[in-house]
Design a protein around this ligand. Structure first.
Ligand code: IPE
Ligand code: IPE
Ligand code: MG
Length: 492
């Protein structure tokens, strides 16, 4: 199996982050060119009503226009001013610095050579600052308009390969008296350095094909003899052929959102998206220690708090735990009452923890069986945390058969003909993907009525450990066992 190593830094650079943050405060605006070269970011903005145009003339009079992180030429600024457009400038400060340097050379009467890709909008924006900009190739061609030994100024696109910049400046020096302000931006350079220093055999750059700095990172990897992959969507990540790769370094371009990076890494490391746990053995744990069963439940609750953190740190998006079954009502009243008040107490006490760690809390089970007090605590917590992505789902008064019967009755009421997909819509948490891995502690080898519909193709992991004794190392053993399995799901 391929070992995954994360190269630092990754995710959005400061310039892109600021551009996106600025854009997210706006509505009903036009953006000149892609705000940043990443289709996930662009998709999010399109969903918010952003319109993307290729020329300033495509922006209607009176509208607001956003200049992208790549910057624009002075001609575009003047056109926007002449047409009284409202301008929001999201130009990366580092790009703005290159514009200023080019302008400065031009003001001093020096010819200016721009290193980079003349087809890239950043290059074109910089070119607009000087009267007759030259590319590297033009400056060194026999037809160059510059006299041998002429003094000239050199600037570079911020996302170039730093080695190429150094080489091209050296080449120009063989013919001219070069003054250079050419350097790649820090975010780009640090990533390139990390890729060069990485000792593994392949590098995956997470970023769009349209992103110059992402492509360049892949080029840097290839130039140091490593295999290089570029993937901009989860479909592309899933399609990667990593056969023969022993250690894969994962990095990203400066316009790649952290959310995509985390999803991709989780997939590559074979970390399950959804883990469900039958937390069993609290009673026996207490009995072994000569304590009341309730003490076992308290100890189990503490373990659960830790497990929630450990799952979060490993990129697991959904954790569902079996806290109380429809069959557990037949336990002695004292134990049942003790459990119900433990649930209410803990959920109340942990409210700020859920908010701080951005965890969405949900309950699955028969709500009508719960006391009004407990239900109120649960529903308040559900409302408070509804906006968060990572989910913690607690099954209380839950039975797999009860859920299927409840869903079937709801479907009958709705009068829907049933298929597996339409039936799913009537389950307690229809939007939650099926558990990939179900763990049961305490040595019992049964499901005890847990997630009967949802676990049809789940992998199971059983351990003799009693729930209060469950450790981080045991969780990792379960995850390693899961990662090594071949989930055929009926295929070959
Ligand atoms: C699981 O532990 C927790 C709940 C059912 C609430 P148990 O209470 O079933 O513990 P054992 O199985 O008796 O040891
Ligand atoms: C399953 O455990 C229910 C929970 C963990 C909440 P039980 O202890 O109730 O299950 P059985 O009785 O061993 O099957
Ligand atoms: Mg039990």
């Amino acid at each position: 199996m391929t070992r995954i190593e994360i190269l630092e830094p990754h995710g959005l650079c400061a310039g892109v982050n600021a551009a996106i943050a600025k854009a997210l405060t706006l509505r009903d605006v036009y953006c000149l060119h892609a705000l940043v070269h990443n289709e996930i970011v662009i998709g999010d903005l399109k969903a918010l009503g952003f319109r993307f145009v290729d020329g300033i003339e495509d922006v209607p009079d009176g509208a607001t226009v956003v200049f992208s992180a790549h910057g624009v030429s002075p001609r575009v600024r003047e056109a926007a001013a002449a047409r009284h457009l409202t301008v929001v400038d999201a130009t990366c400060p580092y790009v703005a610095k290159v514009h200023a340097a080019a302008r400065d050379f031009a003001r001093r009467g020096l010819p200016v050579v721009i290193l980079g890709d003349p087809d890239h909008v950043e290059f074109q924006g910089i070119a607009g600052e000087v009267p007759a900009p030259l590319t590297f190739a033009e400056a060194l061609s026999p037809a160059s308009p510059l006299a041998e030994g002429a003094r000239l100024g050199v600037v570079a696109q911020t996302t170039m390969n730093a080695d190429d910049v150094a080489r091209q400046v050296a080449d120009l020096r063989t013919r001219y008296a070069v003054e250079t302000a050419a350097e790649v931006c820090r975010a780009t350079k640090e990533r390139q350095d990390a890729v060069r220093a990485f000792a593994g055999d392949a590098v995956l750059v997470l970023g769009s094909r349209t992103s110059a700095n992402s492509r360049r990172l892949a080029d840097v990897a290839a130039a140091t003899g490593k295999r290089a992959f570029l993937a901009g969507t989860m479909d592309e990540v899933r399609a990667l052929d990593l056969a023969g790769v022993a250690t894969l370094g994962v990095t990203s371009g400066a316009s790649t959102p952290e959310r995509f990076f985390a999803d991709a890494v989780r997939f590559l490391k074979h970390v399950p998206q959804h883990v469900a746990i039958i937390m069993d053995g609290n009673g026996r744990w207490a009995t072994q220690r000569g304590k009341a069963r309730g003490e076992g439940h308290k100890a189990g609750a503490k373990t659960l708090g830790d497990v929630l953190d450990w799952c979060g740190a490993r990129g697991i998006r959904y954790l569902t735990v079996y806290a109380f079954s429809t069959e557990n009502w037949k336990r002695p009243k004292e134990e049942v009452d003790g459990l119900m008040s433990l649930f209410a107490r803990i959920l109340k006490a942990k409210e700020s923890r859920f908010v701080e760690s951005e965890v969405r809390f949900r309950m699955v089970g028969r709500r009508g069986d719960l006391s009004p007090n407990l239900l109120a605590v649960i529903e308040a917590l559900e409302a408070k945390t509804a906006r968060f992505e990572r989910q913690f789902i607690v099954a209380i008064s839950y039975g797999g058969r009860a859920e299927i019967v409840d869903a079937a009755n709801a479907a009958i009421r709705a009068g829907e003909p049933l298929t597996e997909e339409t039936f799913r819509r009537f389950l307690y948490a229809p939007d939650v993907p099926d558990p990939d891995l179900v763990i049961r502690t305490s040595g019992e080898l049964r499901t005890s009525n847990f997630l009967l519909w949802e676990s049809a193709y789940s992998e199971y992991y059983f351990t003799d450990t009693l729930w209060p004794d469950f450790t981080e190392a045991e969780l990792d053993r379960a995850l390693a066992s899961y990662a090594a399995r071949h989930r055929r799901k009926g295929g070959v």
